[in-house]
Write a protein that binds this ligand. Structure first.
Ligand SMILES: C[S@@+](CC[C@H](N)C(=O)[O-])C[C@H]1O[C@@H](n2cnc3c(N)ncnc32)[C@H](O)[C@@H]1O
Ligand code: SF4
Ligand code: SF4
Length: 261
């Protein structure tokens, strides 16, 4: 499946699509809800290169810690010599275990306003923040990062709070692909998507040109060059995507992608 990879490659594995949140921008809420088969996970593990130490990110369109064997699999990838990370919604945190097994961890927080968090489907913000601070205390601020989706909210209070704790924030704009945007209703991202379809100038992206080397293995074991292709039925191969873009044609799996500038 995977074979030899560039040194900085991240292998992202979608080990579940099940979640206990209902974020308004999450493509995963419209996907079949299940965990990845253990046999498939074993296949991915066995196909990891043995001479290389890579980054393995255990997460996709679900809450990774809901996978019943999340910790066993994290340990198994670690035992093979890889750095293991994940991104979590912060509801099910065992800070000591995170400290011992994971190289680092991302926690998703979009706002410090508990009502707004509730409104967008990121429930129980006080509990998430308390878990997050426990992680920072146990792992140290260098090993914890926060992922924030910018969807039009004021992120300054959150960024000030993180700065005070010495924690890095990764603020990413809401994804503009129709794979995601079909869930957005009247969120502004829908209009960005329509505009983006008309204005592609650079027919490549950081995942295809090697700046961000990644292999994404989705819940069905389909290997893709990035984690943004949610309609896997429209994806033939990375080679097919490359060939289309070389002809200045945006292939269906990449339509509306904000990574195409
Ligand atoms: C899909 S989640 C999976 C991990 C976990 N459930 C969580 O929310 O942290 C991974 C990251 O993608 C972000 N994300 C989800 N949908 C997005 C979208 N439509 N645009 C941009 N980022 C998105 C989430 O906020 C989270 O930081
Ligand atoms: S917590 Fe993560 S997986 Fe769950 S709904 Fe939100 S973005 Fe999606
Ligand atoms: S969807 Fe296509 S353009 Fe967007 S990041 Fe993935 S490969 Fe690149």
């Amino acid at each position: 499946m995977l074979g030899v990879m560039q040194a900085q490659t991240t292998v992202q594995i979608e080990l579940t699509t099940i979640c206990n949140f209902d974020c308004h921008y999450c493509a995963g809420r419209s996907m079949a809800q299940r965990h990845m088969d253990d046999a498939l996970l074993q296949q991915v593990l066995d196909s990891m290169p043995t001479q290389q130490s890579l980054w393995v990110s255990l997460q996709g369109e679900g809450e990774p810690t809901l996978h019943p064997r999340f910790w066993e699999w994290a340990q198994a990838f670690r035992d093979k010599g890889h750095h293991v990370t994940t991104i979590t919604n912060g509801t099910r945190i065992n800070a000591q275990r995170c400290h011992e097994v994971l190289s680092n961890i991302g926690v998703s927080i979009d706002t410090l306003d508990a009502d707004e968090a509730e409104r967008i489907g990121r429930y129980n913000l006080p509990k998430v923040l308390s878990h997050f601070e426990e992680l920072v205390q146990t792992m140290g601020p260098q090993r914890v990062r926060v992922h924030t989706v910018s969807y039009g909210q004021d992120v300054r209070p959150l960024l000030n709070y993180l700065q005070g704790l010495g924690v890095r924030a990764i603020v990413q704009p809401i994804q503009t692909k129709p794979d995601y945007a079909r869930r957005y209703g009247d969120l502004p991202a829908v209009h960005v998507y329509r505009q983006r379809q008309r204005s592609v100038e650079t027919y490549t992206c950081r995942f295809l040109d090697g700046r961000t080397p990644m292999r994404f293995v989705n819940i069905d074991g389909i290997e893709m060059p990035c984690c943004f292709i949610k309609d896997a039925g429209a994806f033939e191969s990375t080679q097919h995507v490359r060939e289309a873009l070389a002809r200045k044609v945006v292939p269906t799996p990449c339509l509306g992608c904000r990574e195409l500038s």
